[in-house]
Design a protein around this ligand. Structure first.
Ligand code: SAH
Length: 372
């Protein structure tokens, strides 16, 4: 049994069952024993691999996206370039290198990393040291100084805790983590339905509500409306809100039982892009997309970039570049192209951002209504 499981069992024995949200928050973020607190989980030797770790092309295209967006917004300076949950700092490092092609951009910006994990802060400092830019770390977005900002978040929102509700004849009951007859962690339901949830459903349906993520989307939206700028969120998830259970545990690149070995496995949930976009729009931001990651990266020119890198590469390197391109943009279980989505938020009045098809006039009108 992990040390964290022992603590969680004791907590439940003392106080009764805890929500899935609290369980997830403890498993990932317990100040001493949480998954992200104790390790760098990324890469082949870790538990999972993210897009920036697959290929430099990903971060480079996002850097170009940021530079072009900054130009489009009238080149505000100073610009806060903010990343939420930057992992090893790979995306930011590739982005800064690529964005250097636009004169003035690097001179205008200061880099702000929002990161709770001490282990990953260290990795970020190492990765970004050669970039020669001023980097400041923060525990929360609210600590980043006000003013125009470009905010990037890749595979950040999926790591935030969610609540789960299960439909029974009596209504939606919150899913809890309690102790089974043998004392092991086990799922159960709150005895009373949640009176605020009125959505229809079939018995056994599961609803997931990511309140922590929605609060951050609203905070980003409000910040962009007030201080100007744009945000790019990329993650796995669904275009539309709806029932479905997506809480998952991953360890050593394979799915695991979410209640097994808390603190040793990554726990995530799919991102509800519709709800995220609504939260940002209500706070005053314009919304662009979501598009599938494949469409977004193709619109930014990933195919030409791959072609360019293949020129002058060895046969082996060229094959690797081709494999990375397929993994980042392709469909199917091995590709991230369809499962992952990109959505952008921007200060009000922005009608187009790089990589996103302009919204139909009717959608824009509906968004403007949301903001009033
Ligand atoms: N964006 C990176 C890493 C994704 S993993 C990449 O694409 O490779 C999730 C990241 O979010 C990690 O850096 C983790 O430490 C960070 N994180 C998780 N919960 C957080 C929270 N509540 N506040 C800030 N950072 C958090």
């Amino acid at each position: 049994m992990t040390g964290l499981e022992r603590e969680i069992r004791e907590l439940i024995a003392a106080e009764g069952p805890i929500t899935v949200e609290r369980y997830m928050a403890l498993a990932l973020g317990h100040p001493r024993l949480g998954y992200y607190v104790t390790r760098d989980p990324l890469g082949a030797a870790g538990d999972f691999t993210t897009a920036p770790e697959i290929s430099q092309m990903f971060g480079e295209l996002i850097g170009l996206w940021a530079a072009e967006t900054w130009s489009l917004l009238g080149r505000p300076a100073p610009l806060r370039l903010v990343e939420l949950g930057p992992g090893r700092g790979t995306l930011m490092s590739d982005a800064l290198r690529a964005a250097g092609v636009l004169p003035g951009f690097r001179e205008a910006l200061t880099v702000h990393l929002v990161e709770t994990s001490p282990a990953l802060r260290e990795a970020q400092a190492r990765t970004l040291q050669p970039a020669g830019v001023a980097v400041t770390w923060h525990l929360q977005l609210a600590e980043v100084p006000p003013g125009p900002a470009i905010v990037i978040a890749n595979e950040f929102f999926d790591a935030l805790p969610i609540r789960q509700f299960v439909r029974a004849r009596t209504g939606w009951h919150e899913r809890m983590v309690g102790l089974g007859p043998d004392g092991a962690l086990s799922f159960g339901l709150a005895p009373d339905p949640d009176p605020r949830l009125a959505a229809p459903g079939q018995p056994g349906d599961v609803l997931e509500v990511g309140e922590a993520g929605l609060a951050i989307a609203a905070e980003i939206g409000a910040r962009l409306a007030r201080g100007g700028g744009a945000a790019l969120v990329i993650d796995y998830g669904h275009h539309r809100s709806g029932p479905g259970e997506t809480l998952q545990s991953v360890r050593h690149h394979a799915f695991a039982d979410p209640l097994a070995e808390p603190g040793e496995a990554d726990l995530t949930a799919h991102v509800d892009f519709e709800a995220l976009a609504r939260a940002a729009a209500r706070a005053g931001a314009s919304v662009h997309g979501p598009e599938s990651q494949g469409d977004f990266l193709r619109a930014l020119g990933i195919e030409a970039r791959a072609e360019r890198l293949r020129r002058g590469a060895s046969a082996e390197q060229a094959a690797e570049i081709g494999a990375a391109l397929r993994r980042l943009t392709g469909p199917g279980p091995d590709g991230m192209g369809d499962l992952f989505k990109a959505v952008a938020f921007a200060q009000p009045g922005v009608t187009q951002l790089p990589g996103f098809a302009p919204p139909a006039a009717s959608v824009r009108a509906a968004q403007e209504l949301e903001q009033t």
